[in-house]
Design a protein around this ligand. Structure first.
Ligand code: PRT
Ligand code: ZN
Length: 226
């Protein structure tokens, strides 16, 4: 549990969400002393410590109460929440704000040459993805009898490599799909970055007061950028 007196915030160490998350913290007046190789960064003007980790670890850190707040993409958050629920682990959190960056969609794409006539065309097929829980949920909702094949990377080459018939991956511009001879067919989840808070365990009055001071400033920054 996060019983540290300082507010602990998890951010992606290096990746698509890192710069915008750090920029938002700075924009709300939190001074940070970030040294590239270090896991922890301390604020010099507020009782805040940043935990800099892989984005995959952020939902679990919040749901286990190891950190108080986290910046994470909804795709990763929802996937991990479903995975932890299935494993009987804590899977709850509170979304404080939906943010204005990290936008993408999780979509099913098929090879150009595949005969595709609606989602039922996936019946009996294997679909490579890094998001098996989101994909299996979609198959269930659609009543499709297809199989999610878990791959942690290079999902877009799976059909060409003969590992799967189709893929389900994050898309923003669509350039990656096009470069790999794939066509986007079904959007199954829309995502943005969110700021989340733990729900388990007590939150000290001091920490809650700090969060309460931060949130109007976050709203101000989001509004100014609209
Ligand atoms: O090392 P770590 O585990 O922390 O990072 P990561 O490699 O898992 O994640 P990262 O940094 O790539 O992405 C972090 C988060 O950014 C994702 O979980 C999403 O919430 C968000 N995001 C937004 C994206 C994209 N856009 C995106 N386009 N994440 C990944 N992509 C990839 C996608 O997987 C595909 O390979 O970009 C490619 C497609 O892009 P287009 O523009 O060619 O369509
Ligand atoms: Zn990751």
């Amino acid at each position: 549990m996060s019983n540290s007196k300082r507010l602990r915030i998890a951010v992606q160490k290096s990746g698509r969400l890192s710069d915008d998350s750090i920029a938002l913290l700075k924009a709300i007046g939190i001074k940070l002393n970030i040294r590239d190789r270090l896991l922890i960064a301390h604020s010099t003007n507020e009782p805040i410590d940043l935990l800099r980790v892989r984005d995959d670890d952020i939902p679990g850190l919040v749901m286990d109460g190891v950190v108080d707040l986290g910046f994470i993409g909804e795709n990763e958050l929802e996937e991990k929440s479903l995975e932890r629920k299935a494993a009987g682990k804590p899977f709850e959190y509170e979304t404080l704000r939906r943010l204005d960056y990290g936008g993408c969609r999780l979509s099913i794409a098929v090879p150009n040459e595949m005969d595709y006539d609606g989602v039922q065309s996936l019946d009996g097929k294997e679909v490579a993805t890094t998001y098996p829980y989101l994909l299996e949920r979609y198959f269930e909702e659609q009543g499709i009898n297809a199989k999610a094949v878990m791959l942690t990377g290079s999902v877009e080459v799976a059909p060409r490599a003969g590992v799967a018939d189709a893929i389900c991956d994050l898309v923003s511009t669509g350039a990656t799909l096009e470069a790999n001879g794939l066509v986007e067919k079904e959007e199954i989840f829309r995502s943005k970055a969110v700021l989340i808070k733990r729900v388990g365990g007590d939150m000290s009055d001091e920490k809650q007061a700090l969060i309460n001071r931060m949130m109007p400033r976050v709203d101000g920054v989001l509004l100014a950028k609209e």
